[in-house]
Design a protein around this ligand. Structure first.
Ligand code: NAD
Length: 484
């Protein structure tokens, strides 16, 4: 098998196998072929990974931030130098077109390693002067062993978005990729070692939900960062709470994108395409509820249909292909199930809607119009290439409807009226908002959700606060006054 790694897990600086673990078939979504076989971690493997992370943490935290940062920046350089090979692996793991993986996966992971590597040397506490010459200083300390649990849509990116800030702060990590896309996190672990990281600071264990659950409940773990669905988030958050652990939850969404009649239609259509069909629609922050002002609805839909006809669907390894298969047969069936629900509820199918014949897990980019707020396709996260277009009359009305969801991951507005744009984003109940664009997530900007879409933020300087805590030191310059 062409993509078979040396072994399933990467612990204490080396590949480790335990074939007692449940089998994980890694399937290339474009063909349905098994490209690697791994084993889910047994309790012995989970213990070995946590022991290694625990043993490595004191020495790693004792390095200066600059020294830690140097290793992360070296890892970023190695990732960039190997971008093509890593992208080929990511394409086989996820089915995403090589056109995407070469610009959005290892490169995004490298950005995180470089950014947090750069920040590492400047992480400090503060000095707080008090009356009478007394003062307080704070020491920024690592949390300890952190657990990262990933989803399958951006495996390399998620492994680095969690690993880089954790390591920059002096923590160690045990990362469990999604069982659907287990391959690339192993490469991240390998590259860190090659960059000079001490063994044990970044371990990868494979497995299904039960392995994630075993990691979350272990008393050696101080922090859990999950990227996944809301139902999983609820379970993981509750389990972490029992041990009073820190959490970051990057969960699902059903984000609104509002298009006013003064918007540049071409840009709005581009935003809707990126925000619904990039990665075959398997992006958490997608703007899947596209609210279009009534008087431009038909113009918007006809331009959208014309543009979608130019999507090049096919072999994701072909550099001209812009739309690949879905990650798995299961995910394909979920999306097709929602298409059936949309039709049954009376939404108008504008284009797509069908599976594409063949062994791969392909479906057509799909657009529903005349969708109403109550329809299931407008309420539930589909996580596939299915766009719902809803129409509206007034700003006030669309604002209320855009926020009428339990989710709050992202939201966007397209308009030429910038005063209105800022008013709209001020009203959005969402963690990440866009004006006249959609779905960009540079490492410099905080990323994360409100409401049921999550807790905490990834990326930017804010991520540092989620991977460190402050120790307060009160220093008296005076005699101690006691009442008796
Ligand atoms: P999922 O919730 O099924 O699984 C996520 C991860 O959690 C997997 O690694 C899984 O093995 C693990 N897991 C499952 N049960 C667990 C348990 N009880 N304890 C610990 N770990 C457990 O999600 P998925 O299908 O892999 O990914 C799709 C979801 O992820 C979508 O809802 C999507 O919106 C969300 N997502 C969010 C972001 C974000 O940044 N907000 C990014 C990508 C994906």
């Amino acid at each position: 098998m062409k993509f078979q790694p040396q072994a399933s897990h990467f612990i204490d600086g080396a590949y480790v196998e335990d074939s007692e673990g449940k089998l994980i078939d890694v399937i290339y979504p474009a063909t349905g072929e098994v490209i690697a076989q791994l084993h889910s971690a047994t309790p012995a493997i989970v213990d070995m990974a946590l022991k290694s992370a625990e043993a490595a943490k004191a020495e790693w935290a004792a390095l200066s931030g600059t020294e830690r940062g140097r290793i992360l920046r070296r890892a970023a350089d190695i990732m960039r130098a190997r971008n093509y090979d890593l992208s080929v692996l990511e394409t086989h793991d996820t089915g995403k077109p090589i056109q995407e993986t070469t610009v959005a996966d290892a490169t995004s992971g490298a950005d995180a390693l470089e950014y947090f590597g750069g920040l590492a040397g400047s992480l400090t506490g503060e000095h707080i002067p008090l009356a009478g010459g007394d003062f307080v200083y704070t020491i920024r300390e690592a949390l300890g062993v952190c657990v990262g649990i990933g989803a399958w849509n951006y495996p390399t990116q998620i492994a680095c978005w969690k690993g880089a800030p954790a390591l920059a702060c002096g923590n160690t990590m045990v990362f469990k990729p999604s069982e659907t896309t287990p391959l690339s996190a192993l490469k991240v672990a390998e590259i860190l070692i090659e960059a000079g990281a001490p063994k044990g600071i970044y371990n990868v264990v494979q497995g299904y939900g039960d392995v994630g659950a075993a990691l979350v409940t272990d008393s050696r773990v101080a922090k859990v960062s999950l990227t996944g669905s809301v139902p999983t988030g609820k379970k993981v958050y509750a389990a972490a709470a029992a041990g009073m652990k820190h959490v970051t939850m990057e969960l699902g969404g059903k984000s609104p994108m509002i298009v006013f009649d003064d918007a540049d239609i071409e840009n709005a259509v581009s935003g809707a395409i990126l925000g619904n069909f990039y990665s075959s629609g398997q992006v958490c922050s997608n703007g899947t509820r596209v609210f279009v002002q009534k008087n431009i609805k038909e113009a918007f839909l006809s331009r959208l249909s014309e543009r979608l006809a130019n999507a090049k669907i096919g072999d994701p390894m072909d550099e001209d292909v812009s739309f690949g298969p879905m990650v798995s047969e299961n995910q394909l069936n979920i999306a097709l199930g929602y298409v059936a629900k949309g039709k049954a509820e009376g939404a108008r199918l504008v284009c797509g809607g069908d599976r594409i014949d063949g062994d791969g897990f392909y479906m057509q980019p799909t657009v529903f119009a005349d969708v109403t707020d109550e329809m299931i396709i407008a309420r539930e996260e589909i996580f596939g290439p299915v766009m719902s277009v809803l129409d509206f009359d007034t700003e006030e009305e669309v604002m209320a409807r855009a926020n009428a969801t339990e989710f709050g991951l992202a939201a966007g507005v397209f308009t030429a009226d910038l005063t209105r744009a800022h008013r709209i984003v001020a009203g959005f109940e969402a963690g990440t908002c866009y004006i006249n664009t959609y779905n960009l997530a540079p490492v410099e900007a905080p990323f994360g959700g409100s409401k049921m879409s999550g807790v905490g933020r990834e990326n930017s300087k804010l991520a540092i606060n989620h991977f460190s805590e402050m120790k307060t030191v009160y220093v008296s310059m005076n005699d101690v006054e006691a009442p008796y």
